[in-house]
Design a protein around this ligand. Sequence first.
Ligand SMILES: O=C1O[C@H](COP(=O)(O)O)[C@@H](O)[C@H](O)[C@H]1O
Length: 241
Amino acid sequence: MSKKVEVLTDRAALVSQALELIISKMETAIAEQGRFTIALAGGSTPKPLYEAIASQNLPWDKIHVFWGDERYVPPDHPDSNQLMARNAWLDRVEIPTANIHSMPTDEADPAMAAAKYEKHLQEFFHSSPGEFPSLDVVLLGMGDDAHTASLFPHTAALKVKDKLITVGNKDDNQRLTFTYPFINAARCVMFLATGANKKPALAQVFAPTADDLAYPTRLIQPKGELLWLLDAAAGSDLNKG
Ligand SMILES: O=C1O[C@H](COP(=O)(O)O)[C@@H](O)[C@H](O)[C@H]1O
């Protein structure tokens, strides 16, 4: 794993740096593989990045979009991660519908939806059960409780090591989430974190030792690149290890 931490002056600088990095990785992936695969984060932080991506002239037919986590709500629900990404990016560009790989939230049981998305991923990547395919970029945020995707502190999802997708739990609300071994199979994991409220969690995530189950972001140790983009409010004074 190679790890890099960049502290940018503000959110605008962070968005601009994330955009540049994503376009560079996209160009490399398309040159090498003819396509680029990215998993999106939910939450509030990535929205301006999605708007910035939408303003670019990119080879949309070669870009495949997945989600690292999803709230178990219909796709038009205000809490839907898919809805946010569609409004900010996907509905604004000519990306083929078949390239948008949203997480299903219409099964009676979220575990069935998780299994369905896992099967979809295996078909897309031509992988077998037990194999962990590599996305080009997994974009992640981090909550101020150090959760990432929908891997929340002290939840059963943190113990799942044999699947790509599982059911996460936030205050008894179920969600779908990438498992941490699937995230760790990515070629590049890019975290975006802004705001002073993330500082205490970041200190634990970057500490040499701490409880991984209390600070789930610590479990993200990809085989490829790990990039942290922080604004000054989140990243100043951080011991970047
Ligand atoms: O709940 C979520 O929040 C985290 C972090 O969100 P942010 O609002 O602090 O940016 C996000 O990574 C995750 O995808 C989302 O479901």
